[in-house]
Design a protein around this ligand. Structure first.
Ligand SMILES: Cc1ncc(COP(=O)(O)O)c(C=O)c1O
Length: 403
């Protein structure tokens, strides 16, 4: 049987992380993996998470199985966090706990495939590295639409033009906020345009909300999603507590299905639970119990989350102004205007390789860097390196042109 093993390559992201660890240069900078780091370069455990773990260690009474949909308290809070603090408007959703945001995407991919096996998932280009493989693993076809900036905002005309072949029942996969990797988010008016598009075409939105709270704050970050929910009969949501609670390795996320028709909710729940049952039966409880505790201490959590958000914003602004002061191109300086943890450099894979080899700065080959992984004292080094690499390519191109 093993002789038929397919010749798969090592995961490129984890391969870069391995290379970074092996790099002996003291000044190396890791901007590959999507984790928040503080000024000391650590990915901290939130104080409120530590408090939750302490509380659980002293108060948890049993490790007996919970239910197929996971921790009910967590599901309730997550539904409210996504949709609205207003309890009434969260009435018609079914939320089940999943194994991280990734697990939510896969459960929803399976859900879509069960109901509509011929649906096409429309994915942004550039997009999150794992969206296409997850949807394809669920048996779905994936097409792409351009996700790029025009005059400082998302170029929605090119999105809608590329989406003109989408059919009723197809899926529009959008990032709820802090688009990974580009940092380009729709304006509220553009979210309204996506809602109108879905209403007119019967295309169903699937919103991947992996960074709620990391852009402009939890409610503003969810404004587009909430608009879609207010306008449409069906919205699918994958969410995650990896970043906004720093619970990465606990693997806490949720799959949510919002329907206008509350009568459909039971059948929706049964199918979601069936999908969970045949995959992993039920998700692990510890992280969900921690997240439920965090959700029920909103003030402390909000203070810590705000601290993370402001640090990312400050780093981004400082990098932007340093680049400007050093005379970098407008294209490079544009990263100051993007949202969330990531930015996409206007660099080719070869330039990213140069950045790594010459400057010991690691980002992904598509040009993504994790702004949230940067420390203040590294900003100038990074800015100089980026300018050097952008010029390096120009010289090379010039050489090629004259050769
Ligand atoms: C857009 C997007 N969706 C989903 C995920 C997966 O999150 P999790 O770690 O909770 O599985 C990530 C993680 O980087 C992401 O960037």
């Amino acid at each position: 049987m093993l002789s038929t093993l397919p010749p798969l390559e090592t995961d490129p992201l984890w391969e870069l992380i391995r290379l970074f660890k092996e790099d002996k240069r003291d000044h190396k900078i890791d901007l590959v993996i999507g984790v928040y780091r503080d000024e000391s370069g650590q990915t901290p455990v939130f104080d409120i998470v530590q408090k939750a773990e302490h509380w659980l260690a002293n108060n948890a009474q049993s490790k007996a199985y919970k239910q197929l949909s996971g921790n009910a308290q967590f599901n309730h809070h997550m539904g409210q966090f996504l949709l609205s603090p207003d309890k009434a408007s969260a009435a018609s959703h079914c939320t089940i706990q999943t194994v991280g945001g990734t697990g939510a995407l896969r459960v929803l991919g399976d859900f879509i495939h069960r109901l509509s096996p011929n649906a096409t998932v429309w994915n942004t280009d550039p997009g999150y590295i794992n969206h296409q493989p997850i949807m394809e693993a669920a048996g779905l076809r994936v097409n792409h639409f351009r996700w790029q900036q025009k005059e400082g905002v998302l170029d929605i005309e090119s999105c809608l033009s590329d989406l003109s072949d989408a059919r009723r029942g197809d899926i529009l996969l959008l990032h709820g906020c802090c688009h990974n990797p580009s940092g380009i988010d729709p304006t509220f008016a553009q979210w309204q345009a996506f809602a109108t598009f879905c209403k007119n075409t019967g295309v169903i939105p699937l919103i991947d909300m992996a960074y709620q709270g990391f852009g402009d704050g939890p409610d503003t970050d969810a404004a587009g999603l909430r608009w879609l929910v207010s306008q449409l009969d069906l919205v699918l949501i994958a969410s995650s507590c990896s970043k906004n609670m720093g619970l990465y390795c606990e693997r806490i996320g949720a799959a949510t299905i919002v329907t206008k028709d509350t009568a459909q909710q039971t059948s929706v729940r049964v199918l979601l639970e069936h999908i969970a049952r045949v995959n992993y039966s039920m998700p692990p409880d510890h992280g969900a119990a921690v997240a439920a505790f965090v959700f029920s201490h909103p003030e402390q959590w909000s203070a810590e989350l705000t601290q993370c958000r402001l640090r990312i914003l400050t780093i981004r602004q400082q990098l932007g102004s340093t680049l400007k002061a050093l005379g970098a191109s407008a294209e490079l300086c544009a990263l100051a205007k993007q949202k969330g943890m990531f930015s996409l450099l206007p660099f080719s894979a070869t330039q990213m390789q140069q950045l790594q080899e010459k400057h010991a700065i690691y980002g992904t080959s598509n040009g993504r860097i994790n702004i949230a992984g940067l420390q203040t004292h590294q900003i100038r080094t990074l800015a100089n390196a980026l300018i050097d690499i952008s010029q390096w390519d120009n010289h090379n191109n010039a050489d090629q042109l004259t050769a």
